[in-house]
Design a protein around this ligand. Structure first.
Ligand code: ATP
Ligand code: PRP
Length: 255
């Protein structure tokens, strides 16, 4: 990616194919595309938290070794060099990986299919299912609710979730308007505290639902983590990106 530092007004063709104006005209929008990475540097965005632990062995098999503190949860550093001089890793929230890659701040990333479904960024290409972070996005309700409830008889239902787009789309396909209560965690509390009738959340073992008096009623999607790539980077840096995708593919299918 072409370097363009803040205040640098040299008319440089950026990786986005846009030549910045020498002097911004009044009313111009600054899209913030002034990354400090060198022309040939690649950035891989990894999610902190549970996926980072599962992705570490995959990185090792792919021959990518980030600086040791990248895998230490208490490290405050966010950007790490790797054993490849032209590849750095950044560590961001799982939900933000897709946004960093879609906006071109990172060229590649690893994130759950749940995040991809929620944001639905057209700038992202997801060439590989990494087979880690397996879970599902599901609808859940209190265990005491009548069994086999017929959803189609509702025109509107209140749902607590951190996935408003997935949830709206799911219920709209059934002719139901989902009135969203947008939470970032602890969705399981919402029905017992009267915030919503239902929740839409990730389920793996089901123990979080059970521990909070809820039961899964519908699976919306099965989830695993994906390798994601910025489509523009794929066009402008085809060889470097293809070689990294090939490393991940080989790590998934060792000979
Ligand atoms: N219980 C689970 N089992 C397996 N995979 C999960 C589970 N929960 C979440 N995931 C996957 O891991 C990703 C990250 O999970 P989550 O959003 O809970 O973040 P986290 O690991 O708690 O870290 P943070 O909230 O700090 O970003 C999800 O997007 C999903 O793809
Ligand atoms: O079916 P289970 O195996 O119980 O897993 C499901 C739980 O895992 C995730 O939460 P997480 O542990 O990541 O906590 P957080 O959402 O508060 O980060 C998810 O949001 C559920 O609460």
């Amino acid at each position: 990616m072409t370097a363009c530092t803040p205040g640098d007004d040299t008319p440089t063709m950026t990786a986005w194919g846009v030549a910045p104006a020498t002097t911004p005209a009044s009313g111009d929008v600054d899209h913030g595309r002034h990354g400090d990475h060198a022309d040939d540097m690649l950035i891989l965005a990894l999610p902190k938290g549970r996926i980072l632990k599962s992705v570490a062995p995959l990185l090792a098999r792919a021959g990518i070794e980030p600086a040791a503190d990248c895998l230490q949860e208490d490290s405050r550093r966010l950007r790490f060099p790797t054993n490849h001089p032209k590849l750095d890793v950044v560590r961001v929230r799982s939900f933000d990986v897709a946004t960093f890659v879609a906006h071109g701040g990172a060229h590649l990333g690893v994130c759950g299919a749940d995040v991809l479904m929620e944001f639905d960024y057209p700038e992202l290409y997801a060439p590989l299912d990494l087979g880690i972070g397996g879970c599902r996005v599901s609808v859940a309700r209190p265990q005491g609710d009548p069994p086999n409830e017929d959803w189609s008889r509702y025109s509107e239902v209140r749902v607590a979730t951190k996935y408003p787009t997935i949830t709206r789309r799911h219920f709209a396909a059934r002719g139901i308007n989902a009135d969203i209560v947008h939470l970032n965690g602890a969705m399981e509390l919402a029905p017992m505290l009267g915030l919503s009738r239902l929740i839409v959340d990730l389920v793996d073992t089901g123990s979080t639902l059970r521990a909070n008096g809820l039961q899964e009623v519908e699976t919306i999607a099965q989830i695993t983590s994906r390798l994601v790539v910025n489509r523009t980077a794929l066009k402008t840096r085809p060889e470097a990106i293809a070689s990294l995708i090939a490393r991940f593919r080989a790590a998934l299918n060792p000979a």
